[in-house]
Design a protein around this ligand. Sequence first.
Ligand code: ADP
Length: 462
Amino acid sequence: MWKSLRSQISLYIMTIVLAVVAFVSFLANAAVNRQFEEYMINQERGQREKIVNDLENLYNGMTRSWDLEYIHAIGMYSLYDGYVLTIYDSAGKVIWDAASHDMALCKQIMSDITERMSQRNKNGFTTYSYNLMQGDRKVGTASIQAYGPYFLKENEFQFINDLSEVLLLIGLLSCAVSIFAGTILAHKIARPITKTAEIAQQISNGDYNIRLENETNTRELNMLLSSMNHMANSLSRQEQYRKQLTADVAHELRTPLAALRSHLEAMSEGLWEPTAERLNGCVEEVKRLSSLVVDLDGLAKLEQENFRLKKIEANLLEIVENVCGNFEKEADNKNISILVDGVSSNILVDRDRIIQVITNLLSNAIKYTPEGGKINVWIKDDIDRGVVMIEDNGIGISQKDLPYIFERFYRTDQSRNRKTGGAGIGLTIARSIVEAHKGKITVESNEGGSKFTVVLPKREEE
Ligand code: ADP
């Protein structure tokens, strides 16, 4: 059976507190009892010695006689205190005997003490013999019968009983406090964890709009809460991205697929002559769709949360020259000149990804520059960054389109009207890659052409 965290913690705390209270009480009790018994035994011995001492003072050495009146008084006092005396003279003759004075009282006192003490120890009355001395001379003997090794008088016994009651009360109070403290503490510890568990459940149910409690004063819990917050945000972003992407892709595919379908249907139903030109148009459309799928795949990889760059030391100038070399033929076909200028700039980048950025920018420049145009590429080497600028004198981008051209599937009206336009993903991919490098990509444009600038930090900033 699963128990709640709170009840488990309170149970642990209560058990520990109770065990500690019980252990400490046991130890304290044992120690106090031992000390108490030792003290009582000493007291007891002292009391008997005091009686003997008092008796010795009652012998008159001059008259060689005992003061019988005082002996009687001491004997009776002692009897009331629980000591049964028998006093002998030096010849062994009984001078005073408690039993013969008041047998009934003796029995009564002895049975009272025996009954009282039977709860504490099972010893009985013991007889102690003392020589009564005056200087070096033995003047008699005293036999003292007392409950051994110690006994408690009525008021002492009452005191001990009261003390036990107080201790019991303290014990019960500690139990109550431990239950109370256990519950409060368990509540305090378990509450943020329970809250976190609830939030995790909320997230797993797809509800990312979580309201996290104010910071707790536990470092680990704060870490847990902030990671959960982060997780919820990133899941929410992913979810939104997924929805948006699905909607965008559906929107992008709908029109060309519908056109393709109506063309193919018209040809298959014999309404249209399947001329090479029409078939070629269809093939072009299919090619465009295929490249869109490839671009989308690349973009999806880039926009994954765990996307990692494989950085190596690379020369920006060399990368740009290579890419420009790849476009030589394409540029020649449109009679476009590409001029590369600048200095070497060594930076730490994911080489393949940066090649992709330059390729996308250069391909756009060629695409959107009419025949006979000019493309200039500069490479700058700053202390902490490398910069590439690609400028063309093509159709340019209108001011109203400029803020959006890096967005997915965004194409300007001019490029939509032209057959050359792609799917509107190239710049989105370029921006994702540059931003993953903690760099920046910007654009300036007017009717005279466009200029894209890519700034890449040389080293990763920690
Ligand atoms: P596409 O595949 O359509 O070229 P991009 O994301 O690369 O998609 O570019 C988005 C849009 O930005 C293009 O459709 C085009 O309208 C505009 N554009 C990009 N580069 C240039 C450029 N060098 N000159 C003019 N317009 C450009």
